[in-house]
Design a protein around this ligand. Sequence first.
Ligand SMILES: [Zn+2]
Ligand SMILES: [Zn+2]
Length: 139
Amino acid sequence: MTNSYSYLLEHNVKPSLQRMAIMKYLLTHKNHPTADDMYNELSKAMPTLSRTTVYNTLKILSENRACLTLTLDEKNVHYDGDTSLHAHLLCKGCMKIIDIPLNEVSLSVSESSDFVVDSIEVSYYGYCSKCQKKKIREQ
Ligand SMILES: [Zn+2]
Ligand SMILES: [Zn+2]
């Protein structure tokens, strides 16, 4: 497992206990949590953690590309500890965010132009298999 201390250093973020806890959470939870999800979970073990610290830390992590800020769900901002190039599927039924690999077409932009791509946000909207079944049952 990736060590959150060295991970923060690699991204030029000064490690503090709280930052390490937030980074570790993001690296071990691939379900694209919101700031509130992280606050609710982490404050159980860290009662001194404030919501503001969580928000500020996520901003720093995102600015230093240690995590991704996802805005595909217009109601909630989600965070992703996986900064490798990938696309997201958002289920409009359960609001679940699913990772999918980006296809070759989107990645070839770097090769076909002199533009250097350092981040890509590709989102698809629809319904996951569970919600499709639910929709059929409701009809
Ligand atoms: Zn769904
Ligand atoms: Zn993702």
